[in-house]
Design a binder for this molecule. Structure first.
Ligand code: 48H
Length: 251
């Protein structure tokens, strides 16, 4: 016999226990796009306690739709090791250009990230940061539903030794810091499409942009003024890998 109230208690009690446990983490990653999830997996494997906050119901960010809704992504040589690490199936289009099914890639990214021990909180938006002594020490979160309905509800805070901005084109966390701490950092804005330069630029742009704040993925190019690159995703993955290394070295 199945009892509805037991089902309710199972969900609420278990989630609350996890949520309370993750109010104090080593790394808070904002955005469960490809760069954020790759960073989360490598951080969790490196022994860090990692929470990923994702505004949307679904994880995967801009990867699902491949290029213009054709569910394929292109990956270059340099990032093949990450595909292999995540056990993502890929094939060769021509020398140096590999293809993967974007839907499979999202599935594998999320599966391996969770298996590595990172905790993903979907439907939660980061709306602010916590600052102490000129250093970011946490993020401020609220239900995305509150944000969407424009309800006047105060948020809650998460303590974190390092914060990673993986919010894609918007560079949301960096923009909050730019707006709230004059002179702290400048979001230059992304430049027009240039795949070759955009992908290379991204690795240098993946860095600590303010004490305690590392930027990864498309957000990194948006902050530093690098070009967009379209549906080639090796750079996003390599950027996530680098962000994880940088964060681990700070813990
Ligand atoms: C919680 C948030 C918030 C917030 C945003 O856009 P993404 O897929 O990010 P990346 O950088 O991992 O990948 C970029 C890639 O998808 C892309 O757009 C490319 C390669 N474009 C090239 C081109 O030329 O256009 O994912 C970011 C995630 C999303 O899921 C957002 O919902 C989430 O971050 N997010 N989550 N709080 N404040 N802001």
């Amino acid at each position: 016999m199945l009892d509805e109230v037991t089902i309710t208690r199972a969900i609420v009690e278990d989630f609350m226990k996890t949520f309370v446990e993750y109010t104090d983490v080593d790394v808070a990653i904002v955005g469960a796009g490809p760069s954020g999830m790759v960073a989360a997996k490598y951080l969790a494997e490196g022994g860090a306690k990692v929470a990923v906050f994702e505004r949307k119901l679904s994880v995967g960010g801009g990867m699902w739709g491949g290029g213009m809704m054709f569910p394929r992504i292109v990956i270059q040589d340099e990032a093949k090791h990450i595909l292999e690490d995540f056990e993502i199936h890929y094939w060769t289009h021509k020398d140096g250009y590999f293809l993967a099914n974007s839907i499979e890639v999202v599935g594998k990214l999320v599966s391996k990230t969770i298996a590595a021990g990172a905790e993903i909180f979907n439907l939660m938006s980061v709306e602010d940061v916590v600052i102490r002594d000129d250093k970011i020490t946490g993020v401020v979160i609220n239900w995305s539903a509150v944000e969407l309905a424009k309800l006047h509800v105060d948020p809650l805070s998460i303590r974190s030794k390092v914060v990673i901005d993986g919010t894609g084109h918007d560079a949301d966390v960096c923009r909050i810091v730019e707006r709230k701490i004059p002179g702290a950092l400048k979001v230059v804005g992304e430049k027009p499409m240039w795949a070759e330069v955009g992908e290379k630029f991204l690795l240098d742009a993946t860095k600590e942009v303010y004490p305690g704040l590392i930027v990864t993925g498309m957000a990194a190019n948006a902050v530093t003024g690098g070009p967009r690159m379209g549906p080639i995703f090796g750079g996003m993955m390599l950027s996530g890998e680098k962000a994880a290394k940088l964060a681990l070295s700070k813990l």
